[in-house]
Design a protein. Structure first.
Length: 238
Protein backbone atom coordinates (compact mmCIF):
# COMPACT_ATOMS: atom_id res chain seq x y z
CA UNK A 1 0.00 0.00 0.00
CA UNK A 2 2.83 2.39 0.87
CA UNK A 3 4.56 1.57 -2.43
CA UNK A 4 1.43 2.39 -4.43
CA UNK A 5 0.87 5.60 -2.48
CA UNK A 6 4.39 6.83 -3.22
CA UNK A 7 4.45 5.60 -6.81
CA UNK A 8 1.06 6.95 -7.85
CA UNK A 9 0.65 10.04 -5.68
CA UNK A 10 3.43 11.32 -3.45
CA UNK A 11 6.49 10.93 -5.71
CA UNK A 12 4.92 12.40 -8.88
CA UNK A 13 3.53 15.42 -7.01
CA UNK A 14 6.80 15.91 -5.12
CA UNK A 15 8.80 15.91 -8.35
CA UNK A 16 6.39 18.31 -10.04
CA UNK A 17 6.84 20.71 -7.11
CA UNK A 18 10.65 20.56 -7.31
CA UNK A 19 10.52 20.87 -11.10
CA UNK A 20 8.44 24.04 -10.78
CA UNK A 21 11.07 25.54 -8.48
CA UNK A 22 13.76 24.63 -11.01
CA UNK A 23 11.90 25.97 -14.06
CA UNK A 24 10.71 29.17 -12.36
CA UNK A 25 13.47 30.10 -9.88
CA UNK A 26 12.18 33.69 -9.61
CA UNK A 27 8.78 32.58 -8.27
CA UNK A 28 8.46 32.29 -4.49
CA UNK A 29 7.34 29.10 -2.73
CA UNK A 30 3.90 30.52 -1.96
CA UNK A 31 3.09 31.00 -5.65
CA UNK A 32 4.37 27.50 -6.41
CA UNK A 33 2.19 26.01 -3.66
CA UNK A 34 -0.86 27.81 -5.07
CA UNK A 35 -0.03 26.73 -8.62
CA UNK A 36 0.45 23.05 -7.71
CA UNK A 37 -2.69 23.00 -5.55
CA UNK A 38 -4.80 24.50 -8.36
CA UNK A 39 -3.22 22.14 -10.90
CA UNK A 40 -4.16 19.11 -8.83
CA UNK A 41 -7.68 20.43 -8.26
CA UNK A 42 -8.10 20.90 -12.01
CA UNK A 43 -6.93 17.33 -12.65
CA UNK A 44 -9.46 15.87 -10.21
CA UNK A 45 -12.19 18.32 -11.29
CA UNK A 46 -14.18 15.62 -13.15
CA UNK A 47 -14.37 13.61 -9.91
CA UNK A 48 -15.34 16.65 -7.86
CA UNK A 49 -17.97 17.58 -10.44
CA UNK A 50 -19.52 14.14 -10.17
CA UNK A 51 -19.72 14.47 -6.38
CA UNK A 52 -21.49 17.84 -6.65
CA UNK A 53 -23.93 16.54 -9.26
CA UNK A 54 -24.72 13.54 -7.05
CA UNK A 55 -25.45 15.89 -4.15
CA UNK A 56 -27.73 17.99 -6.38
CA UNK A 57 -29.69 14.92 -7.47
CA UNK A 58 -29.96 13.73 -3.87
CA UNK A 59 -31.32 17.12 -2.91
CA UNK A 60 -33.90 16.96 -5.71
CA UNK A 61 -35.31 13.64 -4.53
CA UNK A 62 -35.11 14.70 -0.87
CA UNK A 63 -38.87 15.30 -0.51
CA UNK A 64 -39.65 11.86 -1.97
CA UNK A 65 -37.16 10.23 0.38
CA UNK A 66 -38.73 12.06 3.33
CA UNK A 67 -42.18 10.79 2.36
CA UNK A 68 -40.96 7.19 2.16
CA UNK A 69 -39.18 7.55 5.49
CA UNK A 70 -42.28 8.94 7.18
CA UNK A 71 -44.77 6.51 5.64
CA UNK A 72 -42.71 3.40 6.34
CA UNK A 73 -40.87 4.48 9.50
CA UNK A 74 -41.88 1.27 11.24
CA UNK A 75 -41.11 -0.95 8.24
CA UNK A 76 -37.36 -0.78 7.68
CA UNK A 77 -37.26 -3.44 4.99
CA UNK A 78 -40.02 -1.82 2.93
CA UNK A 79 -38.42 1.59 3.42
CA UNK A 80 -35.08 0.33 2.12
CA UNK A 81 -36.71 -1.39 -0.85
CA UNK A 82 -38.62 1.72 -1.94
CA UNK A 83 -35.60 3.94 -1.39
CA UNK A 84 -33.44 1.80 -3.66
CA UNK A 85 -36.24 1.76 -6.24
CA UNK A 86 -36.34 5.58 -6.15
CA UNK A 87 -32.58 5.79 -6.61
CA UNK A 88 -32.83 3.50 -9.64
CA UNK A 89 -35.75 5.43 -11.12
CA UNK A 90 -34.00 8.79 -10.81
CA UNK A 91 -30.59 7.45 -11.84
CA UNK A 92 -28.94 8.35 -8.55
CA UNK A 93 -25.99 6.50 -7.05
CA UNK A 94 -25.66 7.80 -3.48
CA UNK A 95 -22.34 6.02 -3.03
CA UNK A 96 -20.60 7.70 -5.99
CA UNK A 97 -19.97 10.85 -3.95
CA UNK A 98 -18.34 8.80 -1.21
CA UNK A 99 -16.12 7.00 -3.72
CA UNK A 100 -14.99 10.33 -5.14
CA UNK A 101 -14.00 11.53 -1.67
CA UNK A 102 -12.09 8.31 -0.98
CA UNK A 103 -10.16 8.64 -4.24
CA UNK A 104 -9.14 12.21 -3.35
CA UNK A 105 -7.85 11.32 0.12
CA UNK A 106 -4.37 10.06 -0.94
CA UNK A 107 -3.93 13.11 -3.20
CA UNK A 108 -4.79 15.53 -0.41
CA UNK A 109 -2.59 13.62 2.04
CA UNK A 110 0.33 13.67 -0.41
CA UNK A 111 0.07 17.43 -0.93
CA UNK A 112 -0.12 17.98 2.83
CA UNK A 113 2.99 15.87 3.47
CA UNK A 114 4.87 17.58 0.65
CA UNK A 115 4.11 21.13 1.72
CA UNK A 116 4.77 20.52 5.40
CA UNK A 117 8.49 19.90 4.72
CA UNK A 118 9.15 22.94 2.56
CA UNK A 119 11.76 24.22 1.79
CA UNK A 120 13.68 20.98 2.43
CA UNK A 121 14.33 18.85 -0.64
CA UNK A 122 14.86 15.09 -0.34
CA UNK A 123 17.08 14.18 -3.28
CA UNK A 124 16.38 10.45 -2.84
CA UNK A 125 12.77 11.05 -3.95
CA UNK A 126 13.68 12.86 -7.17
CA UNK A 127 13.42 11.33 -10.62
CA UNK A 128 16.61 11.13 -12.70
CA UNK A 129 15.63 14.15 -14.82
CA UNK A 130 14.76 16.34 -11.82
CA UNK A 131 17.53 18.22 -10.02
CA UNK A 132 17.56 20.19 -6.77
CA UNK A 133 16.89 23.92 -7.36
CA UNK A 134 19.68 26.32 -6.50
CA UNK A 135 17.45 28.46 -4.30
CA UNK A 136 13.91 28.44 -2.90
CA UNK A 137 12.43 31.76 -1.88
CA UNK A 138 9.98 31.10 0.96
CA UNK A 139 8.79 34.70 1.35
CA UNK A 140 5.31 34.82 -0.14
CA UNK A 141 4.84 37.98 -2.26
CA UNK A 142 7.86 39.43 -0.48
CA UNK A 143 5.86 39.78 2.74
CA UNK A 144 5.21 36.47 4.55
CA UNK A 145 7.61 33.62 5.23
CA UNK A 146 5.31 30.65 4.62
CA UNK A 147 7.60 28.26 6.49
CA UNK A 148 6.92 30.20 9.70
CA UNK A 149 3.68 30.44 11.66
CA UNK A 150 1.23 32.96 10.26
CA UNK A 151 -1.90 33.94 12.16
CA UNK A 152 -3.01 36.00 9.14
CA UNK A 153 -2.94 33.08 6.69
CA UNK A 154 -4.41 30.75 9.33
CA UNK A 155 -7.31 33.17 9.84
CA UNK A 156 -7.93 33.40 6.09
CA UNK A 157 -7.89 29.59 5.88
CA UNK A 158 -10.46 29.38 8.70
CA UNK A 159 -12.74 32.04 7.17
CA UNK A 160 -12.61 30.41 3.74
CA UNK A 161 -13.43 27.05 5.36
CA UNK A 162 -16.54 28.57 6.94
CA UNK A 163 -17.76 29.99 3.62
CA UNK A 164 -16.96 26.73 1.85
CA UNK A 165 -19.25 24.95 4.34
CA UNK A 166 -21.89 27.64 3.80
CA UNK A 167 -21.97 27.14 0.05
CA UNK A 168 -21.84 23.35 0.21
CA UNK A 169 -24.69 23.29 2.74
CA UNK A 170 -27.01 24.97 0.25
CA UNK A 171 -27.06 21.81 -1.80
CA UNK A 172 -27.42 19.38 1.08
CA UNK A 173 -30.64 17.76 2.18
CA UNK A 174 -31.68 19.39 5.45
CA UNK A 175 -33.62 17.05 7.78
CA UNK A 176 -36.95 18.61 8.76
CA UNK A 177 -38.27 16.02 11.15
CA UNK A 178 -38.11 16.01 14.94
CA UNK A 179 -36.78 12.51 15.38
CA UNK A 180 -33.57 11.84 17.29
CA UNK A 181 -31.78 11.07 14.01
CA UNK A 182 -32.91 14.31 12.36
CA UNK A 183 -32.00 16.41 15.40
CA UNK A 184 -28.61 14.73 15.62
CA UNK A 185 -27.94 15.37 11.92
CA UNK A 186 -28.85 19.06 12.23
CA UNK A 187 -26.69 19.38 15.33
CA UNK A 188 -23.71 17.75 13.61
CA UNK A 189 -24.06 19.98 10.56
CA UNK A 190 -24.15 23.10 12.73
CA UNK A 191 -21.17 22.01 14.81
CA UNK A 192 -19.08 21.16 11.75
CA UNK A 193 -19.91 24.54 10.22
CA UNK A 194 -18.52 26.45 13.21
CA UNK A 195 -16.05 24.07 14.84
CA UNK A 196 -14.17 22.83 11.77
CA UNK A 197 -12.97 26.34 10.77
CA UNK A 198 -11.57 26.72 14.30
CA UNK A 199 -9.78 23.39 13.93
CA UNK A 200 -8.34 24.49 10.58
CA UNK A 201 -7.11 27.72 12.17
CA UNK A 202 -5.38 25.91 15.02
CA UNK A 203 -3.77 23.30 12.75
CA UNK A 204 -2.69 25.89 10.17
CA UNK A 205 -1.21 28.22 12.75
CA UNK A 206 0.44 25.47 14.77
CA UNK A 207 2.28 23.96 11.79
CA UNK A 208 3.23 26.72 9.33
CA UNK A 209 1.98 29.30 6.87
CA UNK A 210 2.43 26.90 3.95
CA UNK A 211 -0.31 24.62 5.29
CA UNK A 212 -2.58 27.63 5.85
CA UNK A 213 -1.93 28.76 2.27
CA UNK A 214 -2.69 25.27 0.99
CA UNK A 215 -6.02 25.15 2.86
CA UNK A 216 -6.90 28.68 1.72
CA UNK A 217 -6.21 27.84 -1.93
CA UNK A 218 -8.14 24.58 -1.71
CA UNK A 219 -11.15 26.27 -0.10
CA UNK A 220 -11.24 29.13 -2.61
CA UNK A 221 -11.02 26.69 -5.51
CA UNK A 222 -13.77 24.52 -3.99
CA UNK A 223 -16.03 27.55 -3.52
CA UNK A 224 -15.51 28.64 -7.12
CA UNK A 225 -16.00 25.09 -8.37
CA UNK A 226 -19.25 24.65 -6.44
CA UNK A 227 -20.67 27.95 -7.71
CA UNK A 228 -19.61 27.19 -11.30
CA UNK A 229 -21.09 23.68 -11.40
CA UNK A 230 -24.39 24.64 -9.78
CA UNK A 231 -24.81 27.75 -11.94
CA UNK A 232 -24.04 25.78 -15.11
CA UNK A 233 -26.45 23.05 -14.05
CA UNK A 234 -29.19 25.62 -13.43
CA UNK A 235 -28.57 27.22 -16.83
CA UNK A 236 -28.75 23.83 -18.56
CA UNK A 237 -32.04 22.96 -16.87
CA UNK A 238 -33.55 26.31 -17.89
Amino acid sequence: MSFLYHTLFFDPLYNILVLLFKIFPWIDAGIVVIFLTVLVRLIIFPLSRKAVLTQVKMNEIGPDLAKIKEKYKDKAEEQAKLTLALYKEKGVNPFSGILVIIIQIPIILALYQIFIHLPEINSSLLYSFVTIPDHINTTFLGVLDITAKSSFLALLAAISTFFQFQISAKGQIQPKGNSFSDNLTRSMQTQMKYIFPVIIFLISYRISGVIALYWLTTNLFSIGQEIFIRRKLTTTQV
